[in-house]
Design a protein around this ligand. Sequence first.
Ligand code: HEC
Length: 421
Amino acid sequence: MTKYLFAIIFLCFYTLGEAQTWKAPAEANQLINPLKKDKESITKGEKIFQSLCTACHGKTGRGDVPSMQNLHPKPADLTSEQVQNQSDGALFWKISEGRGLMASYKNMLSEEERWALVNFIRTLAKPEETIEKTEEDLAQNINNNAVSSTKKELITSGQTVEAFPFTVLINAKTTHIMNPKGFGLNIQHRFGATKFDEGLITNFLGLDLAANMRFAFEIPYNERLMFEIGRTRYGKFYDAGFKYLILKQTADDKIPVSVAVYENIAVTTEKKPQYSDQATFENGTPFEYKFHHRLSYDNQLIIARKFSERLSGQITFQLVWRNLMPYSEKNRLKNTVIAVPLALRYRMGIMQAVSVEIMPNNQPKNFPVSFAYEVASSGNHVFQITITNSARLLSQNLYTVPTADYSRDGLMLGFNLIRYF
Ligand code: HEC
């Protein structure tokens, strides 16, 4: 029996191994490199290569990083003939799309940055190949010059752009849907509230205090539809949602924005609230705790735009409903929340960005504001340090608990960790 099992496992790996040659589609060869192979573009490409690519492909691009040698397929030797013989367009396409461990860089790097990488990769060729290649390229470029502008138009028309490279910015959902071949893991963590005084040191930046966390799996169905399931510590919420991308912004601005709908339902599994026999609903009927009181809903229409290579923004129209609201004479929070969250992200460098979110809504004493500094984003991974005025994470909870007042409560530090596999 075990023998057969081994045979099957071996076969699976063998067939996987067979399917490994990675070919760019023929159209990719038609893409025209808009950058000259000059010092400027090569230095730019080299800089990006040194910060994003060397961990796998090695400093010299040979793919000889020891810890990567057991991988299947292992990071390619970019100096090899096999790579150097491909067209600029094919290399550009592979860097843009990615496969397996090799991330897709199209949402993270601008087109120009990806072409600069191609130009740098060309310099990695063994000397004899470089000469051959540049001459060949030159000839190709001359041939293509006459048609290049029309071809470029053909290629950019209908090409879509992505306002945000991740499914969630700080708390706000974005219009992004991840690569349908993988899945995402999203961890949001908020430490306890602390003021920026000695409490920051005694509570170790709030890390000593009670913290909230949401852990979510994101499962794409195709390029437009994704599902997610999440668990949040505060409120012991389990939630399930989906996002559907209706429109995708195009590079030629024929469609100027991306539009998505997002729907989420959550159930709190906290113990039922303590209430006295005399407790009533607001309208006077006697209070009785039922299952549907545990449910809450979040509906969003998200409109996002990439304004430039660096700046993206979005506005959301959001309706949140919670079946049962905690009651207090002082804060008469409502079951229905209407909110119009605004978010901006500014990319500062290859791996850094800053984001801000403000979420005006109709609840009293509730105005979520968040800042984030993205420390080390790469094609399939982001790490953000966040400062927020609420530790709540799920919209159904974020809008139904008053936000912190800095002078009284302080602010929360935290982090977001997103990884696409
Ligand atoms: C996490 C590791 C990793 C990082 C980081 C990475 N790559 Fe790769 N790369 C790979 C692997 C693995 C492959 C082989 C993929 C395959 O064949 O399925 C690959 C393949 C490639 C190929 C295609 C080679 C061929 O055989 O045609 C190119 C081009 C490439 N990488 C360029 C880059 C560039 C440029 C960067 C940085 C922006 C980069 N890679 C970052 C792992 C990585």
